[in-house]
Design a binder for this molecule. Structure first.
Ligand code: HAM
Length: 408
């Protein structure tokens, strides 16, 4: 028997309904904020992720599904969505246009990680990216949107916030962090020793406790911001305060992708174990120029759909739609034609074999239908249907035309 690959799953039944519920709820929020849907390829050139997510990140270093295709191209399955949207933005010269662009996307992402609850090798992200707006109001709007999605799904969270500074203040900070770390080398784990040279910021979110103890007194980026980053960070906190979005500043929050600057944030749940980050995002004003575009401010987030599914419940379903059936062979072709007309505007299920009324009503119950529509010998003769409202229990026998008019 051939089984699915480790860390990859089929989503079916109520889980599939939940998947649609999460994605559709997020879509509704994003469309209210005037974002457009963008559907992107799942396969991209590997270089795209090396240049954007970063050559020293775990995603690029350890987790890519990477191969050489038949045309000798070095390609990989996308591990995240931001890089693809940025590639689309530059490829279509949107960086040369004065207006702002806002996109949302959803679909499979691939990371060769160690699977556990909430962490899979193929998983789905719902993400959004806003290009061209440098105002911190947009950082706020993006966070507001993320919180609106979680509120809609009735998911409680803790919002953690940090600022990573910009190209003015970050290099100076990194020098002072390196200085601080230099005489601690022997006490740090292997990963931190590697990061120390390649990407010193990443040491701060090391999961090893002994490393964390060493970083207690490390200089923090938020205490070393330039005036413009500091003003924006204050403004962002003020906007969140004014609009009752609770947050905590986590001075050690850095995120695992290299393209961020200034605002970064994570929405975390304590109800799903170690993999608790449901939404992560931030500003990335440098990315478009790393991909040879004109420097363009940008900010966005990505939500893990499976993690949101673990935290939300489907709204209780109400009876809806029609269940149709015939009581004898002769009435079958009429009920098939009638079902075609009903399905133009309503959900309908159909019994392919003639059955007794009791069995048809049982089928309607099973289908969770609101109405049961039956054609038997008498109805066929008179051009009528037998109709029962399964919620109010009302019964009637309208003509086929009356029935179709009533459901238009
Ligand atoms: P990320 O934090 O790597 O950010 O992923 C975003 C979300 O995807 C995570 O918070 C988590 O919910 C989900 N996720 C990540 N890895 C897995 C996994 N292996 N299994 C299940 N869920 C997972 C990004 O990808 C950025 N592109 C987000 C962004 C958009 N930043 C700006 N714009």
């Amino acid at each position: 028997m051939i089984q699915s690959l480790t860390g990859m799953q089929d989503i079916v039944g109520d889980e599939a309904k939940k998947y649609n519920y999460v994605v559709n709820s997020a879509k509704e929020v994003l469309e209210n904020y005037d974002f457009d849907f963008l559907k992107m390829p799942m396969l991209e050139k590997t270089e795209l992720f090396i240049r954007s997510v970063g050559g020293s990140s775990d995603i690029v270093n350890k987790e890519m599904y990477r191969f050489i295709d038949k045309g000798e191209n070095d390609v990989c399955l996308r591990p995240e969505g931001t890089a693809g949207v940025a590639r689309y933005f530059v490829q279509n010269k949107l960086d040369r246009q004065p207006q702002k662009f806002k996109f949302y996307y959803h679909g499979s992402m691939f990371r060769y990680e160690r699977p556990q609850k909430g962490r899979y090798r193929e998983f789905n992200q719902f993400g959004c990216e806003s290009f061209g707006e440098e105002s911190v109001y947009e950082d706020y709007a993006i966070i507001e949107m993320a919180s609106a999605i979680l509120d809609k799904l009735d998911i409680s969270y803790k919002l953690e916030l940090n600022s990573l500074g910009c190209k003015e203040c970050r290099p100076k900070y990194i020098e002072s962090l390196k200085e601080f770390l230099r005489d601690k080398k022997d006490k740090l784990c292997e990963d931190c020793n590697r990061r120390l040279e390649q990407n010193p910021l990443r040491v701060l979110d090391c999961k090893v406790q002994s490393c964390q103890a060493e970083y207690e007194d490390a200089p923090k980026i938020t205490d070393n911001l330039c005036e413009s980053c500091d003003t924006d960070f204050r403004k962002l906190k003020e906007l969140l305060d004014n609009n009752s979005i609770n947050y905590e500043v986590n001075k050690k929050l850095v995120r695992g992708l290299d393209y961020y600057n200034k605002t970064i944030f994570e929405f975390i749940s304590d109800k799903i174990g170690a993999q608790g980050t449901v939404i992560g995002g931030g500003r990335y004003d440098g990315l478009i120029s790393y991909l040879d575009g004109k420097e363009t401010p940008a900010v966005g987030f990505g939500m893990g759909v499976e993690r949101a599914m673990l935290l939300t419940s489907l709204p209780s379903t109400q009876n809806c739609g029609y269940h149709l059936g015939a009581m004898d062979e002769e009435a079958l072709s009429s009920i098939i034609s009638l079902t075609k007309s009903v399905r133009v505007s309503h959900k309908a299920t159909l019994e392919y074999k003639p059955k007794k009324l009791k069995a048809l009503l049982k089928g309607a119950d099973k289908a969770n239908a609101k109405y049961c529509v039956v054609i038997g010998e008498n109805e066929l003769k008179e051009g009528k249907v037998w109709l029962k409202d399964l919620v109010t229990k009302d019964e009637s026998t309208p003509t086929i035309d009356e029935f179709l008019n009533s459901i238009k």
